[in-house]
Write a protein that binds this ligand. Structure first.
Ligand code: NAD
Length: 331
């Protein structure tokens, strides 16, 4: 099948080409993201392959349909950027990669957490400048602390297992509690309890209308003073202005973010020679107790290999009329 691959980075091309050896599709790569301004590039392609910051809203889906596209293949887990109702109405099917490597994201969350707690980012810069002073670098032991996991799905559970290994107590909140989470040795708690007792809060739920700004002035106000927040899920879970206020007042001890609400305009590109006009992100990055990575939690060889193989396999299933193992359904 002809597939237009949007937001294609060098690693996407390398791993998709490798996966395509067995699938035999015609891949056309575009650096540009999919959006209304670029959707014409997809004309004549049976499928589009898109990533987290591409736009597949009703207008884009409508244009895709008119151009002959019948399948949207997300090479990611989250699908908040696709209007599923519009896709359903138009008869455009949507697939994603449900399960690639929850380890990749959970391990990145732990890496960020260790770095922000032990100030590794600051120590790295200091020692490069022959500054071996330790002032301002004090962290706390993870062992014995309480970690709250919001969203106890695949990634949340791997993160839980690792934090239990540190000797932490792990409490979780999920709209759909799972016995697998409790079987790890963790327990569920009410949102209020999570806020007041957690030394560390890590977000692993999807972005939905219900979870939009789940971390806001209210929830931050109820958090334990000095708690650390980790977000490797989606930027929209956090009200960034409220986060900045909580960091300024010391209510929050630090934040480690792999995702940012307005990341679509910024992430996945080298902007080092341009002036960043997003004052909110610039303010965040200026804090010594904030680390931002540019949505890289998924970026391991294992994860990207599985993402590319699963994506192209889904297109093959579609082409050959098989049931779509990774289809996202509206109902
Ligand atoms: P998953 O579906 O296995 O787990 C998500 C969990 O969130 C589920 O248990 C679900 O019940 C729960 N949930 C749903 N609505 C909720 C709500 N309102 N409140 C609390 N919990 C709720 O998904 P996963 O594979 O663990 O991925 C989790 C998220 O991680 C994805 O949605 C995606 O946004 C993000 N992600 C980020 C990266 C990255 O590179 N940074 C990569 C992959 C996934």
């Amino acid at each position: 099948m002809k597939i237009a691959v949007f937001s294609a980075k060098p690693y996407d091309r390398e791993f998709l080409n490798a996966a395509n050896v067995t699938e035999g599709h015609q891949l056309k790569y575009f650096d540009d993201p999919l959006e209304l301004e670029t959707v014409e590039l997809a004309t004549g392609n049976d499928a589009v392959c898109i990533f987290v910051n591409d736009t597949a809203d009703a207008a884009v889906l409508d244009a895709l349909k008119r151009g002959g596209t019948r399948l949207v293949a997300l090479r990611c887990t989250g699908f908040n950027n696709v209007d599923l109702k519009a896709a359903d109405r138009l008869g455009v099917r949507v697939v994603r990669v449900v399960d690639y490597s929850p380890n990749s994201v959970a391990e990145h969350a732990v890496a960020l957490l260790l770095a922000i707690n032990r100030r590794i980012h600051r120590a790295y810069n200091r020692t490069r400048d022959s500054n071996f002073a330790l002032d301002g670098l004090m962290g706390f032991d993870f062992c014995g602390k309480t970690v709250a996991v919001v969203g106890t799905g695949k990634i949340g559970r791997v993160f839980t297992r690792i934090m239990l290994g540190f000797g932490c107590k792990v409490i979780g909140y999920d709209k759909f509690p799972s016995p697998e989470f409790e079987a790890l040795g963790a327990s569920y708690a009410r949102p209020l309890e999570i806020g007041s007792s957690a030394d560390i809060i890590s977000l692993h739920c999807p972005l939905t209308p219900e979870t939009f700004h789940i971390i806001n002035a209210d929830s931050l106000g109820r958090a334990k003073r000095g708690a650390l927040l980790v977000n490797t899920s989606r930027g929209g879970l956090v009200d960034t202005e409220a986060l900045i206020e909580a960091l300024k007042s010391g209510q929050l001890g630090g934040a480690a973010l792999d995702v940012y609400e307005q990341e679509a305009e910024l992430f996945f590109r080298d902007l080092s020679s341009t002036i960043i006009t997003d004052d909110v992100l610039q303010r965040l990055i200026s804090f010594p107790n904030v680390i931002v990575t540019g949505h890289q939690a998924f970026l391991t060889r294992e994860a990207v290999t599985t993402i590319c193989q699963t994506t192209l396999r889904s297109v093959t299933e579609f082409e050959t009329g098989q049931p779509l193992s990774n289809e996202i359904r509206t109902s």
